[in-house]
Design a protein around this ligand. Structure first.
Ligand code: ADP
Length: 481
């Protein structure tokens, strides 16, 4: 049976809740027991001690007044005796009631028997007194004393039994307290271990499949579209995994379609342009007969436009490939100084035509960065080419290379028209041309800097421009080294 995330969480929480309830139940039960013992000590034992004290006082007072009455025959003493007699009988009855189920009960029974003997002896003596007959006073006195002493002894036993019982109960209470304390600590520890283990297992059973999905998402980001996520539980994530696999397969199909599209478009666009180029060359060479000057001029124009078209198609295809993440880069460690020299050399005809002073400044001990040579040359050609293109005749272009904290920095500064501040960012977006009108109107695709940004970003670097209108521009390329 496969548990859903919901049921796992509910089961986990319920289980922990039950454990907490068991622990609380145990603690409440033990506290109830303690209360019971404490109540019995307070209600029974304390009251019994109190009653035995009162009974002792009452019997001593009875003996005292009964003797005084016998000697003096004063009715007031007899009344006092009766008062304490009543008290004694009431206390004894009450004490016997609360002593039910206690060891003191048997002593109270003996007290009652001795008291009955004492009372019957006294009754007999009083009858002799009333009749005015002589009787063995000494013997009565001795017998009564025997029973009153026995009552006092029994009451003492009651007190000591109760005291002993109280001590035992306190001891029991203490031991039970220690036991409950240890039990509660033990149960809390078990509860904690269970709770933590259970939470860990439940969390792991949920987060582990999520990690698998996260890893697969990363793989998709890197271009691995294989739909091979295999999750069987929990059911929600298993369903997500199968949806994921479906998505991967679809992405794979789209990726394949994109590749097919690029190769078809590349072929379909380049083939006719190459044919046109070849046709123009054949016509220009006079293979189809001599050409008039007008025809030659026309063919020159067609060739120029065809070349521009080839450049545009190549740029669009390059940029599209880069944006689609399909451009392949051959990264290797390469010294960039010879590359700069190569581009400067390539630009020589334009430099000479426009009489521009093109200088390069290269610092010593430059690090060797990791680059794709062809793509990097493409960036240099664009940035240095732009500087020459936008710099008016007789101007200056300076290329410099140096090391800064973050890496290797190439800067290309010119004395061209400059770029308005608001356009310094947008010129790196495709088809953004700032100087397309006016005296600096140039023929360009508006794609060169967008391609340069893609290439440099792929190398982990940065490209940006700084400029002041009318004072020229400087383009910076930063490569990690
Ligand atoms: P383009 O083919 O038009 O040169 P780019 O992407 O290379 O396309 O450049 C985009 C725009 O940025 C250019 O059209 C121009 O307006 C501006 N730009 C680039 N380099 C310079 C520069 N050195 N001086 C002034 N403007 C420049």
């Amino acid at each position: 049976m496969k548990f859903t995330i919901f049921s796992r969480l509910v089961f986990g929480y319920l289980f922990i809740l039950v454990l907490v309830l068991v622990l609380s139940g145990y603690v409440v039960f033990r506290i109830g027991q303690f209360n019971e013992v404490t109540r019995s000590v307070l209600m029974t034992n304390n009251r019994m001690v109190d009653y035995s004290g009162k009974l002792t006082d009452a019997i001593l007072s009875q003996v005292r007044y009964e003797r005084k009455f016998i000697i003096s025959k004063d009715q007031a003493f007899y009344n006092q005796f009766l008062h304490f007699k009543n008290d004694f009988e009431r206390y004894l009855e009450e004490a016997m009631l609360i002593s039910e189920a206690s060891q003191a009960k048997q002593f109270l029974v003996t007290v009652k028997t001795s008291y009955q003997h004492y009372q019957s002896l006294l009754g007999e003596e009083l009858r002799y007194l009333e009749a005015g007959k002589s009787y063995p006073q000494g013997w009565f006195r001795q017998e009564k004393e025997k029973f009153s002493n026995s009552i006092l002894e029994e009451l003492e036993k009651v007190q000591s039994t109760i005291q002993q019982n109280t001590n035992e109960k306190i001891k029991e209470l203490y031991e039970a307290g220690v036991e409950a304390y240890q039990m509660a600590i033990g149960m809390t520890a078990v509860l904690l271990i269970f709770g933590i283990t259970l939470s860990y297992l439940i969390n792991r059973s949920i987060t582990q499949p999520i990690s698998v999905l996260v890893k697969k998402t990363r793989d998709i980001g890197k271009g691995d579209f294989k739909g091979n996520v295999n999750l069987s539980s929990p059911p929600e994530l298993a369903e997500l995994a199968s949806a994921f696999n479906l998505m991967c397969n679809k992405l794979g199909e789209l990726d394949q379609m994109k590749s097919d599209f690029f190769s078809t478009v590349t072929h379909e666009l380049r083939t006719p342009l190459s044919s046109i180029k070849m046709g123009i060359s054949l016509l220009t060479e006079g293979r189809e007969g001599p050409l008039t000057e007008g025809q030659k001029e026309l063919l020159m124009l067609v060739r120029q436009e065809n070349n521009r078209m080839v450049g545009l198609v190549n740029a669009i295809l390059d940029l599209s490939k880069m944006e689609a993440g399909m451009m392949t880069y051959q990264i290797e460690q390469k010294n960039i100084v010879p590359l700069i020299d190569q581009v400067v050399k390539e630009m020589k005809p334009l430099v000479e035509t426009k009489k521009i002073r093109l200088e390069s400044e290269v610092a010593e001990k430059l690090p060797i960065p990791k680059i794709d040579t062809e793509r990097f040359l493409q960036v240099l050609r664009n940035v240095i080419g732009n500087a020459l293109k936008f710099t008016p005749e007789g101007g200056r272009v300076n290329v410099s290379v140096r090391t800064i904290d973050q890496g290797l920095q190439i800067s290309v500064a010119d004395t061209g028209p400059g770029i308005p501040e608001k356009n310094l960012g947008s010129i790196f977006e495709k088809f953004q041309q700032v100087n397309a009108k006016g005296p600096y109107k140039t023929k360009g695709t508006g794609l060169g800097l967008a391609i340069a940004k893609q290439v440099i970003t792929h190398h982990g670097g940065k490209i940006w421009a700084e400029s002041k209108l009318g004072q020229g521009s400087t383009f910076f390329i930063l490569l990690p080294a």
